[in-house]
Design a protein around this ligand. Structure first.
Ligand SMILES: Nc1ncnc2c1ncn2[C@@H]1O[C@H](COP(=O)(O)OP(=O)(O)OP(=O)(O)O)[C@@H](O)[C@H]1O
Length: 425
């Protein structure tokens, strides 16, 4: 890469961890320099080149080292080893309140921050209207920052960061505390920066934002770069890792073999899920996956062919089984559902002691970006008169993250609708 705007070589950051403050004191006072600490690598051997105009999303589990990397790039912390070279003006939104003096007013902080970024008082005077109107916190601007709500703090911080025409914009999850209207306003502003060619580094646990804004994503785990590449691909693999890789595969295979069920499903145990019913038949485990690629359905776009499989153990006879799945949004509102009764799929009686595997295959509707859960149920009777045997809430959860703007506004997008149009005057 020619002249990267950020060049990182063999970057490591080591923190000293002490079991108690006394250990720290003992180390400081020890006449022969005895060590009382353990070393913890928050970052280890990071090599990274960022080209001007790139938009990069950083993803990874809690404590992976994402914020530490951003702090090293902005110069807030010094590397233990290695180097970070930055060419250009950085505007950064790090943790909440970082860069603000809590005892002085918001307005004084605006000038203070401007000065740190190299702007004179006159230059900040010229930017002030724009900053105040973007932050939109009214008279609170004259109050000390320590009286601000977290939302107000991030409003002011973003307004200042956006006003200084940076070459590199760094946003560390800060936007998550803003209300949704402000968040949208910030995201529009970030888009404007991207259009102008500003380099953007963005930490978020929200895969939809990462996929929307960032062409490239870097997955950080245990202080190292696990994977780097197209944001869609990296987000997908990270989401699958978070959902499934922590379950030892041998346990899954053993459980499948014991039940005689196909071992190929990536089963999820539902024992820990909230459930109700008379338990004549119980749902013991489930799997949800893309039926074309067979990858776990954790991070989706809508429109994919998917399959949901549930395993049932029958304790008492179920004479007229009805099997159903419901998909709910993050507020618990039912978005759509499917059941064997509606589908006129007659399921034969299930006898005590039997085990069954039921597979629903369908095309996922185009849903609004967000988090969803799937409730699975088995009942006995007819649609109007039945006994619930087992309803398992949030049997699986998944996220819809579609970077295509058209899918953002409607709860469900129906692409099958015809529109007729006549000009009448
Ligand atoms: N000053 C410090 N002293 C000791 N350990 C620290 C310090 N700052 C960070 N760490 C540790 O470094 C690791 C990486 O932290 P970091 O904040 O970079 O993670 P992260 O990926 O941003 O996590 P999250 O998604 O939770 O924000 C964590 O284990 C954290 O506890």
């Amino acid at each position: 890469m020619h002249n990267p705007i950020i060049k990182i070589r063999n970057l490591s950051k080591v923190y000293k961890l002490y079991d108690s403050p006394t250990e720290r004191l003992k180390e400081a006072l020890h006449p022969f320099g005895k060590k009382y600490h353990r070393e913890f690598y928050a970052l280890q051997g990071i090599d990274l080149d960022v080209a001007s105009g790139e938009t990069i999303g950083l993803i990874g589990p809690n404590g992976a080292g994402k914020s530490t990397l951003l702090k090293a790039i902005t110069g807030v912390i010094a590397p233990t080893t290695g180097s970070v070279e930055v060419t250009g003006k950085i505007s950064a939104l790090l943790e909440l309140g970082a860069g603000f003096n809590p005892d002085i007013s918001g307005l004084e902080n605006v000038y203070f921050n401007g000065a740190i970024l190299g702007f004179s008082r006159d230059a900040m005077d010229r930017k002030l209207d724009e900053i105040l109107s973007f932050a939109d916190i009214g008279d609170f601007i004259h109050q000390p920052v320590k009286t601000y709500s977290s939302g107000m703090m991030v409003r002011l911080a973003f307004a200042v960061a956006a006003s200084v025409e940076p070459d590199i914009l760094i946003v560390d999850e800060a936007l998550s505390v803003g209300d949704s209207r402000f968040k949208q306003k910030c995201l529009r502003k970030i888009n404007e920066f991207i259009d102008k060619g500003v380099t953007v580094l963005f930490v978020s646990h929200d895969m939809a934002s990462i996929k929307t804004f960032c062409r490239k994503a870097i997955w950080i785990g245990n202080g190292k770069i696990v994977e780097m590449g197209d944001s869609k691909e990296v987000c997908k693999r990270f989401a699958n890792f978070m959902a499934y890789d922590m379950v030892p595969t041998q346990i899954q295979a053993d459980a499948a073999a014991a039940s005689g069920a196909p071992a190929s499903y990536q089963w999820q145990d539902v024992a820990g899920c909230a459930s109700v019913g008379d338990r004549s038949a119980i749902i013991t485990r489930v799997a949800f996956f893309n039926s074309e690629t067979e990858e776990p359905a954790e991070l989706l776009e809508g429109g994919e062919p998917v399959a949901f499989v549930m395993e049932l153990q029958v304790k008492e006879p179920v004479l007229q089984p009805i099997l159903s799945i419901d998909i709910k949004n993050s507020l618990g509102i039912l978005i759509f559902g499917v059941n064997s009764f509606f589908l006129e799929k007659e399921i034969p009686e299930m006898a005590a002691g039997e085990a069954h595997v039921v597979k629903f295959s369908f095309r996922l509707p185009y849903l609004k970006n967000g988090n969803y859960s799937l409730t699975a149920a088995v009942a006995d009777g007819t649609y109007h008169s039945h006994v619930q045997n087992h309803i398992v809430h949030e049997a699986v959860t998944f996220q819809i993250a579609n970077r295509d703007l058209q899918f953002r506004h409607y709860t469900v997008v129906n692409k099958e609708c015809d529109i007729e149009y006549d000009r009448i005057r």
